[in-house]
Design a protein. Structure first.
Length: 491
């Protein structure tokens, strides 16, 4: 028997002379590639949760490096985990002073992290799926569309009235990347002169301006200089630019995409864009009016300011409580009534598929329209000549229920651990859930167990309650029958 036949008989080679053991070795990369591709396309919500969890672990390791700290000492595990979660989830809450604790390398890590996190959970998953699959197929398009429409991840394909059609998803992904670069670049250019005039060196301002631009557009709120925005409290140009950047980041990429395509044709705006802009504007003015009325006599906040300063700072505080995270006044000095108003604004948050958190303004709009329709005895919920289906209303109600449950449980646990006043705990917990970044000062004083609970709250708030529910219920089966109807007493 020849040597080749002996090898075949022993199982080492196939009839064509190929070594089977080498085939097995080469098949492992292929299997890993196929596994990633399957996970990317089969369960987008669960894959997105995994991506964000992996990013938090990665940035925890990076922020723990001695080179990331200004004093050259490794950051504690609890602080590193919390800062990584706050960075990737673009929250802005801190357990350490970013300006003094982290080195230039650490601040660079934070800068990169907030831009990655600001792209959104499912948008990031879509881009990774595109890289792995080498093309944007139907499955990947469904993943990306789910970031603009929660029904994509909750109930599969919907009709052509969705926020962004499948054929436009590729353009949407390009819009996400381009709008992020262009807006942050423009904001940095506008901020640079103000920073230099405020006394920051021209060289330092070259990196502080992009840092502030990223923190404002991603609605994070980290500040690179000691004292935060306090040195710029009277610089209305800088504060106005920050507000505009926060607004653009909070309305969401689908709305930016709609405005870019049909900026002068309001009739062509999608229902999602109209509801987002109207609700955002309404909350902005309503929040400013509430803070103006409640805080005008507070000597620690607005009481020592003149009428113009008080009005401007009320609008600035209203914008930042939506998800911006920057603050000029000390939040801990606000009256209790203003704390409650701030909690309400933070819980709502910004627009869907945006860098903001919360239950989202469209969720609030849908529920308000449902209540209004029920009060008028209408059979369907309608707005701007469109009917909102009942499954969207159920998702909106589920989002509020899940969000309220997360906030309640976190508040109870942290209040029990810290023994701090419940109002301060509630404010910081909702700030974490809504990825806002404002704090009464409580977060920086929490013990390690409470810090971990707060980090988990940030994570659940950022990935979205609908995304979390879809990930858990990814294997749910459709029901092909219905049970008899019986109406319980409600109310």
């Amino acid at each position: 028997m020849s040597e080749g036949r002996r090898a075949v008989a022993r199982g080492r080679r196939d009839p064509f002379g190929e070594d089977r053991s080498r085939l097995v070795v080469r098949s492992w990369p292929r299997r890993a590639f196929d596994y990633l591709r399957t996970r990317t396309t089969s369960s987008p919500a669960r894959f997105a949760v995994g991506v964000f969890a992996a990013l938090i672990l990665l940035f925890t390791a990076l922020l723990s490096l001695p080179a990331a700290a200004a004093d050259g000492e490794p950051t504690s595990l609890a602080d590193a985990v919390f800062m990584a979660a706050s960075t990737i989830c673009v929250t802005g809450l801190t357990t350490v002073d970013v300006a003094t604790h982290f080195s230039a390398f650490g601040k660079l890590i934070i800068f990169i992290g907030v831009n990655i996190g600001g792209m959104g959970v499912l948008t990031l998953a879509s881009i990774l799926g595109l890289i792995i699959s080498k093309r944007l197929g139907l499955r990947a398009k469904l993943i990306a569309a789910s970031d603009t429409n929660p029904m994509r991840s909750h109930a599969g394909p919907v009709n052509e009235s969705q926020t962004v059609r499948l054929g436009e998803v590729g353009q949407l992904l390009r819009t996400v990347a381009l709008s992020t670069l262009l807006i942050e670049g423009l904001v940095a250019l506008l901020l640079y002169p103000s920073l230099v005039i405020a006394g920051i060196g021209p060289i330092d301002a070259l990196w502080e301006a992009p840092f502030y631009a990223a923190m404002s557009f991603t609605n994070t709120g980290f500040t690179p200089n000691p004292g935060g925005l306090t040195p710029f409290a009277d610089d209305y140009l800088l504060l106005t630019v920050l507000m505009m950047s926060v607004f653009l980041g909070s309305i969401g990429f689908p709305v930016i995409y709609t405005l870019w395509k049909h900026v002068w044709h309001v009739r062509r705006w999608s229902l999602h864009a109209k509801l987002t802009l109207i609700t955002t504007t309404t909350l902005f003015f309503a929040g400013a009016a509430a803070f103006l009325v409640l805080e005008y006599s507070n000597p620690k906040t607005f009481g020592s300011m003149d009428a113009w300063d008080t009005t401007f700072q009320a609008f600035f505080l209203s914008a930042m409580t939506r998800s911006g995270g920057f603050s000029v006044v000390n939040v801990g000095d606000l009256y209790g009534s203003s704390i409650i108003v701030g909690c309400m604004l933070m819980f709502v948050g910004g627009g869907s598929a945006s860098t903001a958190g919360g239950i989202k303004v469209t969720t609030l709009a849908v529920l308000a329209l449902a209540v209004f329709s029920e009060a008028r005895g209408r059979q369907s919920v309608e707005s701007f000549g469109r009917r909102i289906p009942s499954d969207v209303q159920r998702v909106a109600l589920s989002v509020v229920a899940w969000g309220a449950t997360i906030v309640a449980l976190s508040t109870i646990i942290i209040a029990q651990i810290s023994k701090e006043p419940i109002a301060n705990v509630l404010f910081d917990v909702i700030s974490a859930f809504g990825t806002v970044g404002l704090s009464t000062g409580l977060t920086a004083e929490l013990s390690d167990p409470a810090v971990y609970v707060m980090a988990a709250t940030i994570f659940m708030g950022r990935i979205g309650t609908v995304t979390l529910a879809a990930a858990v219920a990814a294997t749910s089966r459709s029901q092909l029958y219905s049970l008899p109807v019986e109406r319980p007493i409600v109310g």
